[in-house]
Design a protein around this ligand. Sequence first.
Ligand code: R5P
Length: 294
Amino acid sequence: MADLDDVREGKDFGLDQPVEVKAFPVRGSVSLDWGMQDRLARIFQPKSGHTVMLAFDHGYFQGPATGLERLDLTIRPLVPYTDVLMCTRGGLRQTMPADSRKPVVLRCSGGMSVLTELSRELVAVDIEDAIRLNASAITTNVYVGAEYEHQSLANLVKLIDTGNRYGIPTMAVTGVGKDMARDARYFGLATRICAELGAHIVKSYYIDNGFEKVVAGCPVPIVIAGGKKLPERDALEMAWRAIDQGAAGVDMGRNIFQSDCPVAMISAVRAVVHDGESVDKAYEIYKAGKAKAA
Ligand code: R5P
């Protein structure tokens, strides 16, 4: 039976204060449902509004690539330093601790390999399994202009519609086929298509000319992939430029886990993405971290 003793009538309704309506700070997300906003707020950090995702999903089409031979040895030590784990369900279940409290952006496509046509993907995770894994977002690649463009866009639409049903945001990854131009026109087209189809986050590549226009033309947050391994200072400079031109963060893999000191590198990336540090300062952070680890 409910305890009805000492039920006190409410007295303080703050009648002298208007009810505060706070705008949700993630671009393009102000009208989303509470659960969707809650998941996005786990991904984008409240102080900076940015995110550092650690991408280690490459095995889903590349197998045990350099730096990902043993996720338990190479990636697990980086977990405390990242905001988000971006990975496959296999990599997550088999090697990641479930008590890290890091949100997961779950790779939900697959079905091809480096030996076949990359754009020929299928949705490879059921939404029920994404929920079971407590995914904060789900993700698939789109290959605009590629042989299987239509199929990859259909996969994105399917993820968005099923994710929407359960309040789970979708990140679209703009995959680039071998023959495609990596320029502002291409990424402007690809990122905008993803956002118009309903993606909540779009992952793109940084480009030297016109990246700010790509960001401006995309009504949801853009995070950049790191791409192939660069010297650490160059990778930090790329991250700095991307943030300076409006990116909401990075979803970086090889430039972190293939670094000669991954912990130092991800710490330096965080300094750029979250603290607005200069490239010189971030590179100092990397070198100091590396010296400490030696
Ligand atoms: C590519 O399809 C995967 O999503 C990768 O996780 C992504 O490209 C980011 O990794 P990287 O920084 O190594 O390019």
